[in-house]
Design a protein around this ligand. Sequence first.
Ligand code: SF4
Length: 249
Amino acid sequence: MSNGSADLVEVFSSIQGEGLLVGLRQIFIRFSGCNLTCQYCDTPSAPVDLCQIESTPGRRDFIQLANPVPTERLISLIGGWHRGWPGIHHSISITGGEPLLCHKQLQELLPALRHHLPIYLETNGILHHELAAVIDLVDFVSMDVKLPSTSGYTDVWAAHERFLAIAARKKTCVKAVVGTGTEDWEIHKTAELVAAVDRSIPLILQPYTNQEGRVDLPAIRMLEMQETASRYLQEVRVIPQTHKFIGQL
Ligand code: SF4
């Protein structure tokens, strides 16, 4: 991979199923590779030889391109979609894996993509130095806070704090995957972390959602968690992964 190309998993058009922009249609550019290995991960992020790219937005008529994909090719594709299907997309989701691993490529790619649509960065909220390099090129940041009970990570709180301080320069939301094993102290700590930066930043509690769209977390626990976080924050939402209900990617 060079600055003029990027290792991608897929490029497609779909409905955002999580977080602040849930329900809006986006162009998704999924980068390969991740710096974490969360217990609940269901995202194809490992490097692949071939990138799947839709020929027609939303029609799943994929063609395959060899990785790394030239950034000029990607810019041309997105520009073509924007001209050919004006108004159907709200924004471009830069996702992964962890897209900030490709921050050098993003510095080249994002100014050209942002010419067409706003940029929505989906990130695990760890790589704060890399975020600082691209924060002026994005419009929205959706960052995770990794809870020990669901992700398996116990020592990433400080990285999340530094990351959020930078992300808050743009419209930002924080997402935490919660499950039946999630304890109250994790919700307190997450909400405190967000409130220390800005108590108006939305916190999204995302009940773990399996591939069939089933949520095991009892509704009463969701409400208890929402009540706990709401002591610190102005806006706490509970949103499962809705794209799994409607069979979207
Ligand atoms: S950060 Fe996201 S892509 Fe990476 S391992 Fe965790 S869930 Fe998977």
